[in-house]
Design a binder for this molecule. Structure first.
Ligand SMILES: Cc1cc2nc3c(=O)[nH]c(=O)nc-3n(C[C@H](O)[C@H](O)[C@H](O)COP(=O)(O)O)c2cc1C
Length: 233
């Protein structure tokens, strides 16, 4: 009887040990996804790491064209078209020159705008001329050094250039620059302004300019094209 009891006890112990062994295996198995997902989680930074270098080459080419574009931009902007215009005629010619040359436009504008009244303006302009005034300007040319060829346009005011044009000319260093004048008038052309230009833009090489009256302005497009061709521009 004792033998049977011992045998039964031994059998019961063997069965419970077997049951423990199985539950251990299950625990390990249930940990597997955790460790697998753990290893994925550890690898997760890897795609981030591989994304980072992927971005670097993308940045490099985008910087290169910017550098190679710089000289082209500098070349095309070595021409400046500076103009003064009260009623729009000179501005019209300036725009044609801009289209033909691809240069930069700059308006010579007084800090305090002139009156819109023509008769009042006649008096103001005459007064400024007899005072040899230099009216303050609204703005300055940025990067003056980059320009080699500067067109300067203005209307005839009392047989001369508006005094603001002299303020402009005397604000910059003209050594080594080429100045090309253009002008509009009722009939008087450049008047005596060309000698004023020579004085105020001393150091500049002054090329032959072009002048339009209110009657010849309609031909400005073809005239300007032919004139620029003649200048080799
Ligand atoms: C104050 C003033 C003075 C002028 N003096 C003359 C002049 O002496 N001789 C002339 O032919 N035209 C004269 N004009 C006419 C302008 O030169 C002409 O209308 C010019 O085309 C205007 O150019 P804008 O439209 O660019 O201002 C004068 C115009 C103004 C407003």
């Amino acid at each position: 009887m004792k033998k049977w009891t011992s045998l039964l006890l031994a059998l019961a112990m063997a069965l419970s040990l077997a049951a423990c062994g199985n539950s251990g295996t299950q625990e390990n198995t249930s940990e597997l996804p955790a460790s697998v997902s753990g290893s994925i989680a550890e690898e997760t930074p890897a795609p981030t790491d591989t994304e980072a270098p992927a971005e670097e080459p993308a940045e490099e080419p985008s910087e290169e064209p910017a550098e190679s574009e710089t000289p082209t931009t500098e070349d095309s902007s070595s021409v400046l078209i500076a103009y003064f215009s009260w009623s729009g005629n000179t501005e019209q010619v300036a725009q044609i020159i801009q289209q033909e040359t691809g240069g930069d436009l700059f308006e010579i504008a007084p800090a305090t705008a002139y009156t819109d009244d023509y008769n009042e303006l006649l008096d103001i302009a005459q007064q400024e001329q007899s005072d040899n005034a230099r009216p303050e300007l609204a703005g300055q040319v940025e990067n003056w050094e980059q320009y080699d060829t500067i067109f300067v346009g203005y209307p005839n005011w009392w047989s001369d250039a508006p005094m603001a044009v002299y303020t402009f000319l005397e604000s910059y260093d003209w050594d080594g620059k080429t100045l090309i004048p253009f002008n509009t008038s009722a009939s008087g052309g450049f008047g005596r302004s060309l000698s004023g230009l020579e004085e105020s833009a001393s150091g500049a090489t002054i090329l032959e300019g072009i002048s339009f009256t209110e009657h010849t302005l309609g031909d400005a497009q073809s005239e300007v094209t032919a004139w620029l061709d003649g200048l080799g521009l």
